[in-house]
Design a binder for this molecule. Structure first.
Ligand SMILES: [Zn+2]
Length: 271
């Protein structure tokens, strides 16, 4: 699958996948610049659940959605509890979580949708966004896969819901694994590395060791588990920009010790 591209539009930079955009999919991973939030949320903080001014976040979201001629009424957000539950989203959910965190779909970390005009949106500062698109059934999905979501295999749970609800075939499904904390920066302790080894016995190369201890490559783990479940290697594309290595570009929970904003990962079918 061809690679990602940076787009700069009205002062906002975001990452997209031209290959999907050409097929009528709105897909965007936002970066830091172009918003109105003050430090440490400067400036395009998209997360309502952090300690930023609500009106600033809503203005940031408006700017982001406007790039696709959409409004917050088109956006659907989920609570993001680091679990592995997948919501099927339609017209009735439009606007949930867009202006108020409390109305986010409770208990979910992934969403699947076939309704044009809805922008499924999840928020990030190091966790890995997994975008899915089945061009045959025209189904889109997003999964929030931090280390807990990866342990819970949320990417393959999402694939299964696409299969069950809409007859999507894994071998036809395309996946874009967006920016997140890289294997370069995601140091983990002994206890967790043991759990990772036990959970993913057949996945090679996901843990690496050096003098500082152990690092875990979450993007590779997600890629390999999707391949195990029938997604073709050539249909998976990884954007390997590390959020913790690039804090001028991205918010990083680890690098900025928690006090930071969130990027948005949005996907939706165009009208
Ligand atoms: Zn890094």
């Amino acid at each position: 699958m061809p690679g990602f591209a940076w787009i700069k539009n009205d002062g906002i930079s975001y990452i997209t996948l031209p290959h999907w955009a050409e097929q009528g999919v709105n897909v965007a991973f936002s970066a830091r610049s172009g918003g109105v939030s003050q430090a440490p949320y400067n400036s395009l903080n998209m997360g309502l659940h952090v300690d930023d001014k609500i009106s600033d976040v809503i203005e940031n979201r408006r700017r982001y959605l406007e790039l696709f001629s959409l409004t917050p009424e088109n956006m659907v957000c989920c609570e993001q509890v680091h679990g592995n539950s997948v919501a099927v989203v339609g017209k009735e959910e439009q606007g949930r979580g867009a202006l108020d965190y409390k109305t986010s779909l409770p208990g979910y970390d992934a969403m699947v949708c076939t309704t044009p005009g809805i922008m499924l949106t999840t928020f990030y500062a190091d966790c890995i966004p997994i975008f899915l698109f089945d061009p045959c059934q025209r189904v889109v999905a997003i999964a929030h896969s931090g280390w807990k979501g990866t342990m819970g295999r949320i990417a393959t749970e999402t694939l299964k819901v696409m299969q069950k609800e809409y007859n999507c075939l894994p071998e036809k499904t395309e996946v874009f694994i967006g920016p997140g904390i890289g294997g370069c920066c995601f140091n983990i302790g002994e206890e967790l590395s043991k759990q990772v080894k036990e959970e993913f016995t057949r996945l090679n190369g996901i843990l690496n060791y050096d003098s500082n201890g152990c690092t875990w490559d979450l993007q590779l783990t997600n890629r390999l588990m999707l391949e195990e479940n029938g997604v073709r290697p050539e249909n998976i594309f990884i954007c390997d920009l590390c959020t913790a290595c690039n804090t001028e570009m991205f918010f990083s929970y680890r690098r900025e010790q928690g006090g930071t904003g969130r990027m948005a990962a949005g996907i939706g079918l165009n009208y």
